[in-house]
Design a protein around this ligand. Structure first.
Ligand SMILES: [Mg+2]
Length: 212
């Protein structure tokens, strides 16, 4: 495998195998935020979320204009998910350390959630040169090209010299459009039009990319 200058990792369902619990807990917290913080009934909360998703694609982007609540407050609330059930991955840190380039976590969540998750997995946060969360990209998200552009700008990243590990085909499509090498992490044999490689889990992917 060729060397890359930058090894870029999504967090959720990429650096650990997701069986849906983390996502479900996040969904529960979004619902709770609408009811408890914004004061909507359960039914009105559902209606508001549908309207927002039609207009913005993601609830965070409606917070400031729609409800006078900062995106940061919303994101901190909904990313405070339970990760105690995730199994530790004792091999992950050593595999990451063997990559011959800079290492990044690039996530639509929060630095706090990254720290909690890596701690649970048994990976020292300092293995990574940087963690880029949604706040760092000005609350642009990875389904937006602007998020990638901001990420490249902040860290001086040339996409052509970079590889991205992701579970989201939607995000990989954008990564590919910038000329990145793309690695889909998915246990399913799904369509991989935008993925240069697919591996069933992160350990197998890293085995293919680390130097012998
Ligand atoms: Mg993910």
């Amino acid at each position: 495998m060729r060397r890359f200058d930058n090894y870029i990792f999504d967090l959720d369902a990429t650096l650990y195998r997701d069986n849906g619990e983390v996502e479900a807990d996040c969904e529960r917290l979004v619902d709770e935020f609408f009811r408890v913080r914004l004061g909507f009934s359960a039914e009105e909360a559902r209606r508001q979320r549908e309207m927002i998703l039609q207009k913005y694609r993601y609830e965070a982007q409606a917070m400031e204009n729609g409800f006078g609540v900062s995106e940061k407050e919303f994101m901190d609330y909904i990313c405070n998910v339970e990760v105690g059930h995730l199994p530790p991955n004792p091999q992950l840190e050593a595999k990451l350390r063997r990559l011959p380039g800079r290492r990044f976590v690039y996530t639509d969540s929060t630095v706090g959630h990254v720290a909690d998750t890596l701690c649970r997995l048994g990976v020292d946060l300092r293995v990574f040169d940087a963690v880029c969360d949604a706040e760092r990209t000005g609350f642009k998200f990875k389904f937006q090209k602007e998020s990638f552009e901001e990420f490249f700008r902040i860290y001086g990243i040339k996409p052509q010299n970079s590889v991205m590990f992701e579970d989201s085909l939607r995000n990989l499509e954008i990564a590919k459009s910038f000329g990145m090498t793309t690695v889909l992490i998915s246990p399913r044999r799904e369509e991989k039009a935008f993925a240069d490689f697919r591996f069933s889990d992160i350990n197998k992917a890293l085995d293919a990319f680390v130097e012998e």
